[in-house]
Ligand binder design. Structure first.
Ligand code: CP
Ligand code: NVA
Length: 306
């Protein structure tokens, strides 16, 4: 008999607007009723090749709250760190667990894991995408603004993983997305092209500018991320210089709508990409946003595993 294609969660490009909205609706219900037994007896393996606070703890707590179990696997402790192949790792883990989450560098590695695994694979951040974060971002924006239509989200900073997933997420649900970044730090052009095609269908827009003030004009949300991501530590000094003028602070936020909200995936660097006044101020919603990681990932786990 025919094998039903397993579902993975590698990028939001593979999910429809309806599927994304459904996950957010389920997350809202789970927030009200956090303890369930729907994943009783199920195990999630979590492979980490980079540090994590939110992703690790929210997946681990989320599995427990749904009656299941999560395993933290540092790539340094796995045989993967000693050269065992992704394919062999995927096949072996698939015989023990019900899903695999992975945080790594190259996105191609996650795709390879998904190809060889018989169980769903979840992207817990690559150099290209951070789809779990984007789900939490959408839920947060919905909570703050009560809608997606006619909402303008401005992302200021590096056009990489978090920006890519946020851009796709916004395009999917019909949010207008603007990215303000220095020359040379624009988002990947293929991903931007895909997002623009999606935005065309949902009636929203994707705008790229190198002017931070213009980017912030009439923004409902201002979002930023670290200037030197994990793996880019050696570029710290050069990036500090390149991103001058892109710090989200009280001068830049005056260009946004009066009732704008500030978001950041965290971890944050006060005095670099954001001022303490803004991130610790009354319009910041970063801890609501971080809490939402738990709720949306629980919805995702149920979708993939139950
Ligand atoms: N935002 C986010 O993914 O945080 P962690 O790196 O702590 O998991
Ligand atoms: N862009 C950051 C996000 C961390 C959650 C990084 O890749 O390090």
């Amino acid at each position: 008999d025919e094998k039903v294609a397993k579902k993975d969660f590698l990028t939001l490009l593979d999910y429809s607007k309806e599927q994304i909205v459904h996950l957010i609706e389920e997350a809202i219900l789970l927030e009200k009723k956090p303890l369930q037994t729907i994943l009783q007896g199920k195990t999630l393996a979590m492979i980490f090749e980079k540090s994590s606070t939110r992703t690790r703890v929210s997946f681990e707590a989320g599995m427990l709250q749904l009656g299941g179990h999560a395993l933290f696997l540092s790539s340094q402790d796995l045989q993967l760190g000693r050269g065992e192949s992704i394919a062999d790792t995927a096949k072996v883990l698939s015989s023990y667990v019900d899903a695999i989450m992975i945080r790594t560098f190259e996105h191609a590695k996650v795709e390879e894991l998904a190809k060889y695994a018989d169980v769903p694979v979840i992207n817990g951040l690559t150099d290209l995408f951070h789809p779990c974060q984007a789900l939490a971002d959408l839920k947060t924006i919905y909570q703050l603004k009560g809608k997606f239509e006619d909402v303008k989200v401005t992302y200021l900073g590096d056009g990489n993983n978090v920006a890519h997933s946020l851009m796709i997420a916004c395009a999917k649900v019909g949010i207008d997305f603007v990215i303000g970044c220095p020359v040379g730090y624009e988002p990947n052009s293929e991903i931007t092209q895909s997002a623009k095609e999606i935005a065309n269908k949902t009636g929203s827009s994707i705008t790229i500018t190198n002017d931070p003030k213009e980017a912030c004009e009439y923004a409902d949300i201002i979002y930023t991320d670290v200037w030197a991501s994990m793996g880019q530590e050696s570029e710290q000094q050069e990036r500090l210089k390149a991103f001058e003028g892109f710090q989200v602070n009280e001068q830049l936020t005056t260009f946004a709508k009066k009732d704008y909200n500030f978001l950041h995936c965290l971890p944050a660097h006060r005095g670099e990409e954001v001022s303490a006044e803004v991130i610790d101020g009354p319009q910041s919603a970063v801890f609501i946003q971080a809490a939402n990681r738990l709720h949306v990932q629980k919805a995702l786990l149920i979708e993939l595993l139950a």
